[in-house]
Design a protein around this ligand. Structure first.
Ligand code: BV8
Length: 224
């Protein structure tokens, strides 16, 4: 049985990672335009570096929760039949043991060089960062996909979504495209679709089944 699991900020919420749109979320106090767009980075790179450097540092204070671990166990059982497509830029899926993870919006623990395109692993701050290790130019930015930028591995994701038998979304508000469009693509390709979320999302109507509750309870139940 080929399974695609699309995860969003809600799967990391019980690990203590703030979501975007919940009260007190990441966007609180920040205008998305200022911290998650190329224009915002051009306008005020220091503000954007501080926003992402703080989130990268905070990763060291949190760990995977039972939802991440349940998906890693599911990969033990399904192997190449499972693909996790995450909108999250944290590393909690990997730290729980998942290997087959696509970060369609990039990763906090990676930098990207705007001059040569290198994407080195990066755990330090990017504010006042040293030059790019590959080309030596001082053009490093967070390796995160901002609004208006093309997400990573879209072809691989499209093939997995159109070829799966079961599509599960966990902890996402269905607010951002193209990720929010994947349930309709999966359904039109004949997959069964299931949403696991704390509350109905903006795309709940496209799912065959919606289960509401915390991911740390719902995902282990699904995998059991
Ligand atoms: C693109 C990285 C072109 C940065 C992010 C008009 C219509 C349609 C589309 C558009 C439009 N205008 C513009 C667009 C395109 C735009 C878009 O969709 N805008 C939206 C706002 C309308 N999209 C883009 O720009 C994308 N690129 O379109 O390129 C293209 C595309 C294809 C092919 C060629 C060209 C790029 C978007 C990527 C932006 N980067 N993140 C960073 O991390 O800082 S987006 C960011 O928000 C996240 O990464 C995530 O993807 C997204 C949504 O967040 P969620 O993960 O869903 O989190 P959220 O807080 O919203 O919700 C959490 C959910 O969890 C809630 O429902 C909550 O109830 C639930 N929850 C909470 N606790 C729990 C829980 N569930 C379970 N258990 C819990 N304990």
């Amino acid at each position: 049985m080929r399974v695609v699991v699309l995860t969003g900020a809600g799967i990391s919420a019980e690990s203590g990672v703030r979501t975007f749109r919940d009260a007190g979320g990441l966007w609180e106090g920040h205008d998305v335009e200022d911290v998650a767009t190329p224009e915002g980075f051009t306008r005020d790179p220091e503000l954007v570096h501080r926003f992402y450097d703080a989130r990268r540092r905070a990763l060291t204070l949190v760990g995977p929760n039972p939802a991440h671990r349940a998906l890693a166990a599911l990969e033990e059982a399904l192997g190449e039949e499972l693909l996790v497509v995450t909108q999250n830029v944290d590393d909690l899926h990997e730290r729980a043991g998942s290997r087959r993870v696509v970060h369609m919006h990039g990763e906090l623990r990676r930098a990207r060089c705007e001059a040569c395109g290198a994407r080195p692993a990066w755990d330090a701050d990017l504010l006042d960062a040293p030059p790019c290790p590959a080309c030596g130019r001082a053009r490093l930015r967070p390796d995160v996909v901002w609004f208006g930028e093309v997400p990573y591995e879209l072809d691989r994701i499209h093939a997995a979504v159109t070829g799966c038998d079961l599509f599960v979304a966990v902890g996402t508000s269905g607010a951002v495209y193209p990720a929010a469009g994947y349930v309709a693509l999966a359904a039109s390709s004949g997959a069964r679709t299931l949403e696991l979320n704390l509350e109905p999302s903006e795309v709940s109507r496209y799912f065959d089944e919606v289960r509401t509750g915390p991911a740390a309870r719902l995902v282990p139940q699904l995998v059991a």
